[in-house]
Design a binder for this molecule. Structure first.
Ligand code: ADP
Ligand code: MG
Length: 815
């Protein structure tokens, strides 16, 4: 097979370098042709199967340049992970695998995300992971299919638990019945007593073989994980009992007191119960995403040649005409071509009020039709729809790792070897001070079982998954875990005025010609000049034209001046339209002050011909009704607010005054916005920026957390960390509150997971027993360990009850 691929090259300084690389590449085995482009620093190669990319990469590296293969992201589902240490083992294996640039495992969602270049050999990699005891399943991210009912691993653990429990119950009655007054098994001979227990225990061990398979394998590979602890602990108890059984059969009845079959069985049963509950609860952490996936209906009514026909949504094509009946869900993104109705778009914006849709309006897949009926044309289908983008975005975020998780990861990595060391050490000490072998065994098993760092590994990812899912539900798309963690640490929030605080629907309120033109002529001239501009103010001016207006005049030499306005020529005369700064640049004379308009929060657009002033338009963009409450809530949360705008000082000051914002930067040119953010950061502030994502991109990227208002068609705004689906500033309040709630849960989880291990460990080691206190039974240790993980997951699920109304303007309680 002959392939052509393009690679990036770094380190080229001249044409000679380019030639050297080109020659080297051409001489490589299997290369048919090679071409280096110095300008865009690429190497285009045509090669066959005998070509080895790694070899060429090293050769080029030896020459002093870097050949960078194109990379791709791979998503896998991981099967067979039982603990956070497994997750890290896989992550480290992947990270160090050749061709892998970056790897991340999310234990809670059981996902591996890899970024790998061309040299990555997938099947070999999957083989290597399989040898560690885990299965990788390639995930098709383009067609999300919602999982119905309990997941596969949940069913497996349920079966393992129920099976083990059914066998362990009679075992317990045989083994311990006599002690608690159920003397059913007293008729058994000592040998029969031991053998009966063995018979019940064996299938439990078989049901729990998963722990031995991964546990011992990981131990041999020197990545011991929690399974290793369970495997070692229960195997020790089982083997010891087996030896005792042999002794009993050989005629030593005293060995009857040294049977620990029930310990292994009970531990295996309880750990399986823990796993079952954990998988069950873990399934709920991804419920938000599943709910989004279920928003797309399975069927839609397509109209072909005027005839309606019900078809699966997956068979729809761009351009199809689709009929939407009352109560149905919109199938794909499209444009209304007929009829009118109201849609509930709450899955997008988090706000459930009906939005009117008529001819020409955009409809979004997943929104619910109310009483009307429309026909729309499919514009975006499958993975291109907004809903699919949102799902992808949330899943990617859930697969990312928060900085706070790294600490837990590191701790849990060292925890297992340390625990094993402590277990053997304390066993040895007790033996040396003269305790019996069975006493020492109890210590060994308890320590191994109780000290599993499982809860530690679950603490962060589960809370993040719920938190990020909840965000999506509220119309706050947080693109990565780090942003969720950082949002509540912000100290300063910079707000863009237009479209964020204001409604973003500016309209012309006053037309003020200087006398040489009529109002109509002024507006007509202004509209003609603005026809080529994308600016919201331009749109407002065009919208102000009367219904039956004269045709617009053609404009030549159009020149947009970002942050100021524009210059253009009509009928050979050059005009300038824009803000005061532009008028000053043009040295326009006799400019009126128009202060009363600015104080009324109106933006003034001036029009001049050369240096002579022609007139002005006043444009109002009213504040959003929720802006004031949001600003007050954010201030009450301790944030310092800054208003940043390209608008003139007086207008900005009027807005800031109404909202109670003290710091205002007005008449700022687009590139200066990012500089202001940078200087705030230099002053030690943790800065968030709320903007519109298009002309605010540099400042969004510069800030610690950038919040962008989604434009309706694009939710994956590159520069932003958080995408707000509704342009309401209250969304930022929700993001802040959610971040705080999530971090509180994470800290609680970490504390409990950690405190529990640290407290239980000395007890298991027999510290209390040393002072005449009780010894921890291995069975209690098993129970405690399982329930600690479950409780951490349940605690994370509390976040699902996060209520935005507690933060809404009507209830001003904060905390
Ligand atoms: P912001 O988004 O913060 O309002 P911009 O940088 O988009 O700031 O614009 C700054 C100012 O420049 C506007 O308030 C307006 O006065 C002027 N301006 C920019 N573009 C135009 C335009 N096409 N027509 C008229 N005025 C404009
Ligand atoms: Mg703007």
């Amino acid at each position: 097979m002959i392939l052509t691929k393009r690679y990036r090259i770094e380190g080229m300084t001249c044409a000679v370098c380019a030639q050297t690389i080109e020659r080297t590449a051409k001489e490589s085995l299997g290369v048919h042709s090679a071409h280096v482009n110095l300008a865009n620093e690429t190497l285009t190669l045509t090669y066959d199967d005998s070509f080895s990319l790694p070899l060429l990469m090293t050769t080029i590296q030896d020459l002093g340049y870097q050949l960078i293969a194109p990379s791709a992201t791979h998503h896998y589902r991981i099967e067979g992970m039982t603990c956070a240490v497994c997750a890290q083992t896989i992550e480290r294996t992947a990270q160090s695998y050749s061709g892998v640039l970056h790897a991340q495992v999310n234990y809670a969602s059981e996902q591996l995300t890899l970024e790998a270049d061309d040299t990555f050999q997938e099947s070999q990699f999957m083989q290597e992971v399989a040898e560690l005891g885990y299965q990788l399943v390639l995930r098709d991210s383009t067609s999300p299919s919602p999982e119905e009912g309990p997941s596969l691993s949940e069913k497996k653990w349920r079966f393992r638990f129920l099976g083990s429990a059914l066998l362990t119950l009679p075992l317990l009655i045989v083994a311990m019945g006599a002690m608690v007054g159920i003397p059913w098994a007293t008729w058994l001979t000592p040998g029969g007593f031991a053998l009966t227990q063995l018979i019940f225990t064996l299938p439990v061990v078989w049901l729990g073989r998963r722990f031995y398979q991964t546990g011992f394998r990981a131990l041999w590979k020197r990545h011991p994980n929690m399974d290793s602890l369970i495997a070692l602990g229960t195997a020790a108890a089982f083997l010891y009992s087996l030896v005792s059984t042999v002794r009993i059969i050989q005629g030593d009845p005293m060995a009857m007191h040294e049977l620990y079959y029930e310990s292994s069985a009970v531990i295996l049963t309880l750990v399986s119960l823990g796993k079952w509950l954990e998988t069950k609860a873990k399934g709920k952490t991804s419920q938000a995403v599943r709910a989004l996936m279920e928003l797309t209906p399975k069927l839609a009514t397509r109209i072909t040649d005027g005839m309606p026909e019900v078809v699966p949504v997956s068979s729809l094509q761009v351009g199809d005409r689709i009929l939407l009946k009352p109560g149905e869900r919109v199938a794909v993104d499209g444009v209304v071509i007929e009829g009118s109705t109201h849609l509930d778009e709450s899955m997008l914006t988090g706000e459930s009020y009906p939005v009117k849709k008529q001819q020409g309006d955009l409809v979004t897949g997943g929104s619910i039709n109310q009483t009307g009926s429309i026909t729309y044309r499919a514009e975006r289908i499958g993975a291109d729809t907004i809903l699919a983008q949102i799902i992808q975005l949330v899943e990617d975020a859930q697969g990312s790792k928060a900085p706070i998780a790294q600490l837990a990861d590191r701790i849990s990595l060292y925890f297992v070897p340390i625990v094993m060391g402590l277990a053997f050490l304390s066993t040895l000490v007790w033996l040396l001070v003269g305790q019996s072998l069975s006493f020492a065994l109890t210590i060994l098993v308890s320590v191994l079982v109780i000290a599993c760092p499982c809860a530690l590994g679950l603490a962060t990812p589960t809370a993040l998954m719920v938190g990020l899912g909840k965000g999506a539900e509220l119309g706050v798309l947080i693109k990565n875990a780090a942003a969720l963690e950082q949002t509540h640490q912000l100290t300063t929030l910079v707000l863009d005025k237009t479209g964020t605080l204001t409604q973003g629907l500016p309209s012309v309120t006053d037309v003020l010609p200087n006398g040489s033109l009529s109002s109509d002529d002024l507006l007509h001239l202004a509209a003609s000049l603005e026809q080529g501009s994308e600016h919201p103010l331009a749109k407002a001016i065009l919208a102000a034209l009367p219904e039956s207006h004269r045709p617009l005049l053609p404009v030549n030499d159009f020149q947009a001046l970002p942050g100021k306005g524009l210059i253009g020529t009509v009928d050979g005369i050059t005009y300038a339209i824009g803000n005061q700064a532009l008028m000053n640049d043009q040295q326009v004379e006799h400019l009126p002050s128009l202060m009363e308009l600015a104080h009324a929060q109106k933006t003034i657009v001036w029009l001049a011909q050369g240096s002579s002033y022609l007139g002005a338009l006043a444009i109002a963009d009213p504040l959003r009704p929720t802006s004031l409450a949001a600003v007050q809530t954010l201030q009450a949360l301790g944030l310092q607010l800054v208003l940043l705008t390209g608008d003139q000082q007086a207008t900005a000051a009027a807005v800031a005054n109404e909202l109670g914002i003290e710091t205002v930067y007005a008449q700022v040119l687009p590139h200066q916005k990012a500089e202001i953010i940078r200087s705030l950061i230099q002053q030690g502030e943790r800065v968030g920026m709320v903007g519109d994502g298009i002309n605010d991109a540099p400042s969004l990227a510069e800030s610690h957390v950038g919040f962008a208002v989604a434009t309706g068609t694009d939710v994956a705004i590159e520069a932003a960390d958080v995408v707000l689906m509704s342009a309401d500033l209250m969304s930022v309040v929700y993001a802040f509150a959610l971040s705080r709630a999530t971090l509180r849960i994470i800290k609680e989880n970490l504390f409990w997971a950690f405190a529990y291990n640290v407290l239980a460990l000395p007890v298991a080691m027999g510290i209390l027993a040393a002072f005449g206190g009780p010894l921890l039974s291995p069975m209690i240790a098993g129970a405690a360990m399982s329930f600690s993980s479950v409780s951490v997951v349940l605690n994370a699920l509390r976040l699902r009850r996060f209520n935005k109304h507690r933060w809404s303007p009507s209830s001003r309680k904060i905390h």
